[in-house]
Design a protein around this ligand. Structure first.
Ligand code: NDP
Length: 280
């Protein structure tokens, strides 16, 4: 199989450059920079790396980012007050609450406090309802990035059988809506799916977001399929996807690597959403 490795880094770079051009235009017209507020609670090392990468990407795209680092024991009301302050600050275009939050905080209660017009992660009920209804909205970044990666192959999504493994609120569920909007036939699998391999082998497009290192092997993939690996699994200082890359790349037509696939696209879509939020 002449497998094409989808270069998420290069595709993300192109998007970042387009965002930078528009962000500079915004500065000329509005005499201020597009601004993203990033709220990080606690000191989860992975979250710190994600926030650092997002802040760096903002700076490369001429977007201002303001970081709010809060103690892991922060009181719920103090966090809600900060979100309220950012909601009403007209110089803040987007608000990102880095997940996961410490256990004493109710994640949904905090996420739903973000003004939907500044909800650059697309996690509020308003944005998820709009996505389900097929209305224009701020859509979740990782699934949006997956759709862009599939489109980058030049193959049409329409009529294809897309199989999503994982049904989380941030990846699997919004992907269902996005792929339906592209006229794919969608199957969703999860931890209680019987005979997972039967389903994955039917997929023209296979998207895996489960958080289990190299779980999907080559024998679970249809010859020529497009495989999008969302997983990020750290093991002995290295990053691994949810797909066993060496085996999968012998059968897939197109495949994303980890790192360098979905990860950079998530950040690129965040920048795109922040720019979009300036118009809302
Ligand atoms: P969650 O833990 O929220 O959800 C995992 C999903 O996988 C659940 O729906 C679960 O099923 C399903 N699952 C778990 N085990 C199996 C199994 N054996 N067979 C089939 N399905 C299974 O994870 P996230 O969606 O938040 O993240 C998934 C992965 O993607 C992680 O590695 C995460 O780090 C990565 N990620 C990467 C991003 C990026 O930018 N590249 C962004 C976001 C996430 P059930 O619902 O039944 O429990």
């Amino acid at each position: 199989m002449n497998t094409v490795i989808i270069d998420g880094k290069a595709i993300a770079q192109k998007i970042k450059e387009e965002v930078a051009t528009k962000a500079k235009e915004f500065i000329r017209k509005k005499a201020r920079r597009v601004c993203l507020a990033v709220v990080l609670v606690g000191n989860n090392p992975a979250s710190e790396v994600y926030v650092k990468n997002k802040v760096m990407a903002c700076s490369e795209s001429s977007i201002k980012s303001v970081e709010y680092k809060l103690d892991k024991k922060v009181n719920k009301n103090d966090l809600l007050l900060l979100i309220e302050k950012l909601n009403s600050d007209s110089s803040v275009d987007g608000i990102l609450i880095q997940l996961p939050l410490p256990k004493h905080l109710n994640e949904q209660e905090i996420l739903q406090a973000v003004n939907s017009n500044k909800d650059v992660d697309g996690f509020t009920m308003i944005n998820s309802s709009k996505l389900a209804l097929g209305l224009d909205c701020l859509a979740p970044c990782t699934p949006s990035g997956c759709v862009e990666l599939i489109k980058s192959t030049g193959q049409s999504i329409e009529g294809k059988h897309a199989v999503i493994v994982g049904r989380s609120n941030i990846v699997g569920k919004p992907l269902v809506q996005m792929l339906l909007a592209e006229n794919a036939t969608v199957t969703v699998c999860h931890s209680l799916t019987n005979d997972l391999a039967y389903h994955t082998r039917q997929a023209d497009i296979l998207i895996v977001a489960i958080g289990k290192k190299e779980f999907i092997t080559g024998d679970m993939i249809k010859f020529g399929a497009t495989v999008i690996d969302v997983g990020i699994n750290r093991f002995e200082g290295k990053l691994y996807g949810d797909v066993e890359f060496d085996g999968a790349s012998k059968v897939a037509g197109h495949i994303t690597p980890v790192p360098g696939g979905v990860g950079p696209m998530t950040i690129a879509m965040l920048l795109k959403n922040t720019l979009k939020a300036t118009k809302l």
